[in-house]
Design a protein around this ligand. Structure first.
Ligand code: SI3
Length: 289
């Protein structure tokens, strides 16, 4: 369960339907070209929170079938509809996903006891392992070290996908929990996570440059931090441009330019602006993506 995981992008058509063949192409690119160690399925990058339960199941199913055991699979099943989270957790567990993950419940100001109950309910109903998905910038849920302590008491909580820039907290978690899996969540900060001793990283941009992320991660593990930093500079030149042009739209357009059918994003996100196509083609050329 260690290494670089792409947070899987999901191709949609103009009507918001999943492009099944395109999804298979995106998966194959991740495995065969980017050579990532695993896929994080139905996360933010999968536009999960805009999908129906059936669409989420279909994505779990296609991904499991296409990967056929080649890489590790984490199923993000979190939902503020706990019944849905349980249903998806059971579905992914039966398919054979290596672990579940669930975003902290958001929108309402849930108490910590409610958050704890949410995780325990999914774990008890599925019997599967759980990776907490902490992303305070989007959920508004910022857990304290003491709250992580409580959740980590459950041995089925095997780790955390830590999408935060609080490296003091990351260091504290690493020191206190050497045996829990910690995944770095912000691709542009991968090197800081790597020197903090994370077990892996999960990110959207690894769909287009997972190979660079692997280099950073491996260089740091071999003590070649200065070289890793050079690669992070390159990765961040790409990410900076992607963020400027529009995150998921641009990642998909890069894949489209390369001949991988990544489709478009799901409304209410707005589709890629064709006026930006030339900038994307230049990005692909300049960085040999
Ligand atoms: O699917 C997912 O849950 C993610 O990709 C989460 C991951 O932390 C990404 N965050 C978001 C909100 O997309 C990052 O990979 C992020 O896209 C990247 O660092 C660019 O900012």
């Amino acid at each position: 369960m260690k290494g670089i995981f792409s947070a899987l992008l999901v191709p949609f058509d103009d009507q918001g339907r999943i492009k099944e063949q395109g999804l298979r192409e995106v998966i194959r690119n991740n495995i065969d070209v980017q050579q990532v160690d695993g896929l994080y399925v139905n996360g933010s990058s999968g536009e999960n929170f805009m999908l129906t339960t059936d669409q989420k199941k279909k994505i779990f199913e296609i991904t499991h079938e296409e990967t056929n055991g080649a890489v590790k699979l984490i199923a993000q099943v979190g939902s503020i509809n706990l019944d849905e989270a349980v249903e998806l957790g059971k579905y992914a567990t039966e398919l054979g996903y290596d672990s579940l993950s669930a975003v902290t419940p958001f929108y309402y100001k849930f108490t910590f006891d409610e958050i704890k109950n949410y995780y325990e309910t999914i774990i008890e109903a599925t019997g599967n392992n759980m990776i907490i998905y902490a992303i305070p910038a989007l959920t508004g849920v910022s857990m304290s070290l003491e709250q992580f302590d409580v959740l980590f008491q459950n041995e089925k909580v095997i780790g955390v996908k830590y999408t935060d820039g609080n490296f003091f907290m990351l260091e504290r978690l690493r020191k206190k929990y050497p045996n829990k899996l910690i995944y770095s969540g912000f691709d542009e900060m991968l090197i800081y996570g790597a020197v903090s001793g994370v077990d892996g990283a999960i990110g959207s941009t690894y769909n287009i440059h997972g190979n660079l992320a692997k280099q950073i991660f491996e260089m740091v593990q071999q003590g070649e931090v200065a070289s890793a930093y050079e690669v992070q500079h390159v990765m961040n030149d790409i990410i900076e441009k992607v963020l400027e042009l529009g995150l998921y739209q641009t990642l998909k357009e890069i894949l489209n330019v390369k001949g991988i059918d990544a489709g478009t994003v799901k409304q209410p996100m707005s589709s890629f602006d064709p006026a930006k196509r030339e900038a994307v083609e230049k990005l692909v050329r300049d960085f040999n993506l």
